[in-house]
Design a protein around this ligand. Structure first.
Ligand SMILES: [Zn+2]
Length: 255
């Protein structure tokens, strides 16, 4: 296989690979953004559920305390009636102590009830805030998810097509060269460099004159001593043609 055909195939492959890389980066960014939103939504839902359960529990406890306070109030009324009927000083003292004790217990309940009411009110307002946040996010996801799935599917289709093109193109590169290309690409992102003026197009290092002279004969590829990329000589564009693609096209037309 002559070097011109390989250069064409490798250049095509390299362009395809950078387009694929950009596509895959975009796909992965979009998917991550979507996943993050979904995670956040489920976190908010859990928070909302837990806070609601805890506020309900507080209201329950408060309800029980209110019931207890009512019972005590009734007991106090009875104790007062009993006190009014007392004859001896001892009975009066005992009755007063009983009322005092009931009053103390009643006050404790009242304080607890107030405290719980404040806590529950705070909890309910936190719940409302969480719910508002959840609704906003859920609305956002609702409107963008369909759009985003379509976009993701489009990107995926484009990537799949490029993979097929890639398989076809890679058959024009000898297997040894392809394996080398893949190895360098995985390490460096792109595997192909060229030189026109004696410098590596990717890392800009000056190629040793002897190697450059050899490369100008376009008999074989070399590897850049600095960045290790596969490197070949690309003749300068003919007069009046600034297009970088022109020499490659001319080369393939000669075949
Ligand atoms: Zn280089």
């Amino acid at each position: 296989m002559n070097i011109e055909a390989q250069v064409d195939a490798l250049e095509g492959l390299s362009q395809l690979d950078s387009a694929l890389q950009a596509l895959e980066d975009e796909l992965s960014r979009e998917r991550t953004a979507l996943e993050e939103k979904k995670d956040k939504l489920s976190e908010l839902e859990q928070k909302h559920q837990a806070a609601t359960a805890s506020a309900d529990e507080m209201d329950n406890v408060r309800g029980g305390l209110i019931q207890e306070a009512r019972t005590m109030s009734v007991q106090m009324e009875r104790s007062r009636e009993k006190l009014a009927r007392c004859r001896t000083e001892r009975e009066v003292n005992a009755g007063q102590r009983e009322i005092e004790e009931l009053r103390r217990l009643y006050r404790d309940r009242e304080l607890e009830i107030e405290k719980l009411a404040a806590l529950s009110e705070q909890a309910r307002s936190d719940i409302d805030a969480t719910q508002a946040e959840r609704d906003t996010l859920s609305g956002e996801l609702g409107t963008t998810e369909g759009e985003l799935s379509t976009r993701l599917a489009g990107l995926q289709k484009e990537a799949d097509e490029k993979h097929v093109q890639r398989d076809v193109l890679s058959q024009d590169v000898p297997p040894v060269m392809f394996r080398r290309y893949e190895m360098i690409r995985k390490r460096r992102g792109n595997a192909l460099a060229y030189t026109t003026d004696g410098k590596c197009s990717e890392c800009n290092i000056l190629i040793p004159p002897q190697m450059f002279q050899k490369m100008r004969r376009r008999e074989d590829f070399e590897q850049c001593a600095s960045c290790n990329r596969i490197i070949y000589f690309k003749p300068p564009p003919p007069e009046g043609e600034a297009e970088a693609e022109a020499p490659a096209e001319a080369a393939s037309a000669e075949e």
